[in-house]
Write a protein that binds this ligand. Sequence first.
Ligand code: ATP
Ligand code: MG
Length: 312
Amino acid sequence: MSAIHAEGLRKSFGEKLVLDGIDLRIPEASVFALLGPNGAGKTTTVQILSTLIRADGGRAQVGGYDLTRQADDVRRSIGVTGQFAAVDGLLTAEENLLLMADLHHLPRHEGRRRAAELLDRFDLTAEAKKTAATFSGGMRRKLDLAMTLVGEPRIIFLDEPTTGLDPRSRRTLWQLIRGLVEDRGITILLTTQYLEEADQLADRIAVLNGGRLVAEGTAEELKRRIPGSHLRLRFADERQLDAAAAVFDVASRDPENLALHIPGDGTPATVRAVLDLLDAARVQAESLTVHTPDLDDVFLTLTETPRKSVAA
Ligand SMILES: Nc1ncnc2c1ncn2[C@@H]1O[C@H](COP(=O)(O)OP(=O)(O)OP(=O)(O)O)[C@@H](O)[C@H]1O
Ligand SMILES: [Mg+2]
């Protein structure tokens, strides 16, 4: 069964069409990453699927419940960590968690048990009695996620969970998120601007641009859509570059950088063949690098704003 299944979601704000028919199918116990440039509609999608705002059209099931007819059941199944942390700075970490327990109408002892367990799981026990205002951005984000978990949701929406965190804090949060999926079978829909985050964390990735999902698949599948494994050779001067370009008829020149791009993978056999051909032509390369498309290339290619065509 899908944890989230949406068909044809549409949303406009006034004249502005933001979502123009979005389909999503997210399997249980998986991480799904929604990518897209600023203003693409990621937060809007999260807000619709978490019942915070209504779509203008389309339909969706979240946790097996219909988004509009069973909105209360949907709300009971989900947790949402917004783009801006919901932590109350005047309360301690523990008080923030107990407040969430109250909001979920948990009996006092059960609230205390879950708060203690989450403080431990998120390595915040030593900070339990400190006010959140004194926390660093990373600690605040961890507490924010812990607060989302108090209600034991089956599905979690994370809107840019690691924005502003340093690489180590980001990794810590990734581990916690992966753990939720692997140990507890929780389903996660996250939005992110960090392509490495999607690459590391997500089972599947979708790219939102111009109101539509322009691509969907695993990180590997998306990378395969972009042409472009190549070897890049740099030369000391233009004469060497010209000589090398004459050897490889499929190569493309980057004269500004005195470089030559030769399509092909980075296997030792390919690299050796290229170097042998250069040797035979008595051309010396300054450096050789292997370039394989990464998720940055995918993102930049898929979300390129089309250049205005010049009228002939
Ligand atoms: N309440 C609102 N009223 C009017 N316009 C809105 C509202 N909420 C969002 N928008 C517009 O909808 C578009 C999508 O916004 P959204 O916040 O979903 O983008 P996003 O992909 O989350 O961007 P970011 O990466 O900057 O967080 C934007 O053009 C935004 O200005
Ligand atoms: Mg957003």
